[in-house]
Design a protein around this ligand. Structure first.
Ligand SMILES: C[S@@+](CC[C@H](N)C(=O)[O-])C[C@H]1O[C@@H](n2cnc3c(N)ncnc32)[C@H](O)[C@@H]1O
Length: 220
């Protein structure tokens, strides 16, 4: 069963989200630099692009850059004068991502901010950087509810907020046993109970055991 699920997932990635040279370069540059291979899957990248295109996103915020793989899918969905701001605390990850964005020809659209997200997010609010049309949360899990608070401050009605890794092994319905689970459980509770938000979950990754939550901000 698990084998069949992985084969189907591979086929979906290959047919619906084939990687071109720049995306393959992103993965290779990350691997050569020894970065952890914890990027999103190709079909998740395609879904991010789909959401950015359907919402005609001009401004995108990402929390958790790694080597720029998801950022590349996102940046390519922006118009030439669009902007992706992506937050990363690890300088080595940021430096690989910078190379990846330049290599793909989207460097001018992307700003990488180096530091801890919970310190960078208030600065974005203070300088009036938002609102963003799409926000992708994919960093450390314990602060997910706090990332949601900041994301809402940086949103407008119509903003789409996507969060990765909320579903793995059904953690989102478990009693919290650690900080990671607690963050995920609280994040899912908030996005499904706040009347301003309209949310769903898509188990499209890792043998359909993990994936995204997708939230539409109906009221700011
Ligand atoms: C799962 S990876 C991101 C993967 C990336 N979105 C992709 O799919 O290509 C998480 C990244 O978030 C960064 N990170 C973790 N905690 C962070 C924090 N508190 N502030 C900023 N970046 C953080 C890590 O260094 C890592 O590069």
């Amino acid at each position: 069963m698990v084998q069949i699920q992985h084969e189907l997932e591979e086929q979906i990635n290959r047919v619906f989200a084939p990687e071109d040279e720049a995306l393959r370069y992103a993965l290779q540059a990350s691997a050569e630099a020894g970065l952890p291979q914890i990027n999103i899957s190709p079909i998740e990248g395609k879904l991010l692009q789909f959401l950015a295109l359907v919402s005609q996103a001009r401004t995108i915020l990402e929390i958790g850059t790694l080597g720029g793989y998801s950022g590349l899918w996102l940046a390519r969905a922006l118009p030439p004068d669009g902007r992706l701001i992506t937050l990363e605390m690890n300088p080595q990850h940021a430096s690989v991502a910078r190379r990846v964005f330049e290599h793909a020809g989207v460097g001018e659209r992307v700003e990488i901010r180096l530091g801890r997200a919970l310190e960078l997010l208030p600065a974005l609010v203070d300088e009036g950087a938002g609102p963003f049309d799409l926000i992708f949360i994919d960093a450390d899990k314990p602060p997910y509810p706090r990332y949601l608070d900041w994301a809402l401050q940086l949103s407008h009605p119509g903003t789409i907020i996507v969060a990765d890794n909320c579903l793995r092994d059904g953690r989102f319905i478990h009693e919290p046993v650690d900080e990671v689970t607690a963050g995920i459980v609280e994040y899912c509770r908030r996005i499904t109970s706040d009347p301003r938000l309209f949310s769903l979950a898509l188990n499209i990754d890792e043998g359909y055991r993990d994936g995204f939550t997708v939230t539409l901000v109906r009221e700011g």
